[in-house]
Write a protein of this length. Sequence first.
Length: 302
Amino acid sequence: MKKEYVIFISNHNVQVIKGSCDRNDMIKVDDYKQYELTEGCMINGIITDDQPIKEILDTIKGNGVNSCRLVIDSGQIIVKNMNIPILKGKEIIKIVQDELASVEQGNEEMIYDYSVLRKNYEDQPGGEILCCSLEKKLLTSYIDLFSSAGIKLTTVDISVNALMKLTQELPDLEHQTYIVSILDGNNVSSYLFEDNHYTFSNRSRLFSERGTNAFITEMSSNISQLIQFNKSKRSLYTIETAYFCGLEDEEEPIIFDNIRRSLNINAETFPDSKVVYLTDKTLEYDFRLHDAVYPIGSLIRK
C-alpha cells in the first residue's frame, strides 16, 4: 500500500506520522515525529495564532512532506449517529443536513459529510451512519495554513471517525463495551463504545490543575456521566473498562485506582496492539499508540 503522511495538531503539539494500512488491516508506521507547540496557538481545534504552527509546518515541509492527510479535533464539529434506508450519496447528504440543522448555531456556511458505521443494522435495509458538520471557515483556516507552507491536503478526517476506524481494527477490543478518554491539556474528549461500536461522545474542559485531587475527581465524574448515560438509555451492554490517552505517567495509577474503587470498572491506558507495526525499531523508544490514536486511525482508509 502507498505510504502517506498524516498530521494532527493538538492544543500542545503537532504530530506527524508516515505509514500505511495494508489489505490485511496491518497498520505500518515508518516514522513518527512530535513538535511542541506554543500554548495558546490552538484552542479547541481553532487556530488562534498561525505563525508558530506555520513555522513547524515549514520544518515538516523541509523534511520532505509535500502532501498529507489531516485530522481535525474540535468542539465545533457536530456529530450524530443515525439510521437510514438505502439511499444515494446526494440523498444521504441532504438527510445529514436536515438532521444536524436543529443543533447548529449561528448563520455560518456549513460543510456536511458522513461515514458508514454499520450496514443492514438491526436487519433493516440500509444501515447506520455517523453524520458530521463543521463551519466552512474552520476548514478553510486549515487549508490556507497548509497551503502557505506548501503542503497539499489530500483528505481531511475528523477525530471521532479516526478513532472509530482504529478501534474496529484492534482484536483486543472486539465485543468489548468501554470508554476512551483522550486528554489534550485541560480538555477531555470521551467516547462510548458498545460491543466495540461507537455510540456517543462528549467534550468538556477540566477546571482543576492537572495532578491535583480535584483533577482526579473531575476525571472520575466524567467517566461516571457516561456510565449513567449508558444506563439511562437501558443499553444491553455494561461498560467494562475506561481507557485513557494523554495522562502523565504519575497521574495514571492514582486515577486508575480511584475509578476502579469508586465506579467499579476497570481503568487503564489505551492498549498497544500488534496490529500497529513499527517498521523502524528505533521508534519503540518514542512511539506509544495511546499518544497518537487520531493520526494512526486516519491511516486506515475506510
